[in-house]
Design a protein around this ligand. Structure first.
Ligand code: ZN
Length: 84
C-alpha cells in the first residue's frame, strides 16, 4: 500500500490527502485558477473544500502568497458540494 499524497491548506494549514483538497495554480497572466483535475503543471496551492477556507483565503490573498501571484484573484471559487 502506498501512502496517500498529503498537502497543506494555504489558509488554515490543515494537512489532508491531496484528493480531498482543491488545487489552484497560477496562470500565465498571474491570475489564479482552479485546477479542477489536479493535473496542471507547475506549483500548486491547496485549500480545504470548505466555504470557510475558500472565502477567507480569497479575502486574505492566501493563494496569491503561496503561488507568488501578483494579486489577481482566482476567477472561480468552486462550489462546495459540487464535485465532478
Ligand atoms: Zn483549510
Amino acid at each position: 500500500m502506498s501512502h496517500p499524497v498529503m498537502r497543506k491548506c494555504s489558509f488554515c494549514g490543515a494537512i489532508r490527502e491531496k484528493s480531498l483538497l482543491y488545487r489552484f495554480v497560477k496562470d500565465k497572466d498571474e491570475s489564479i485558477i482552479w485546477d479542477k483535475f489536479q493535473t496542471a503543471p507547475g506549483r500548486g496551492a491547496y485549500l480545504c473544500r470548505k466555504n470557510d477556507c475558500l472565502k477567507k483565503a480569497e479575502k486574505k490573498a492566501s493563494l496569491q502568497r503561496s503561488l507568488k501571484a501578483k494579486g489577481a484573484y482566482f476567477f472561480e471559487i468552486p462550489k462546495v458540494g459540487v464535485d465532478r
